[in-house]
Design a protein around this ligand. Structure first.
Ligand code: SF4
Length: 64
């Protein structure tokens, strides 16, 4: 699967980092979320789906 974040939408709420900390991260100076692993294995799907549901602006997309 491939993960993308619409950086125009992302407001750095951090809900995705809570849901999937292996995939998303926000550094102190970041103004959009960072994707740590853009093509994660299936073992991360549940956490990433959770992250997409928690994102208040629906910025996260899963392909595949
Ligand atoms: S939950 Fe959504 S808005 Fe918040 S940091 Fe993640 S992608 Fe950005």
């Amino acid at each position: 699967m491939k993960i993308t974040v619409d950086t125009d939408l992302c407001e750095v709420h951090g809900d995705c980092v809570v849901a999937a900390p292996d995939i998303f991260d926000i550094g102190e100076d970041d103004d959009v979320v960072q994707i740590l692993n853009a093509e994660p294995g299936e073992e991360y799907r549940a956490a990433i789906v959770q992250a997409t549901k928690m994102c208040p602006v629906a910025a996260i997309k899963i392909e595949g």
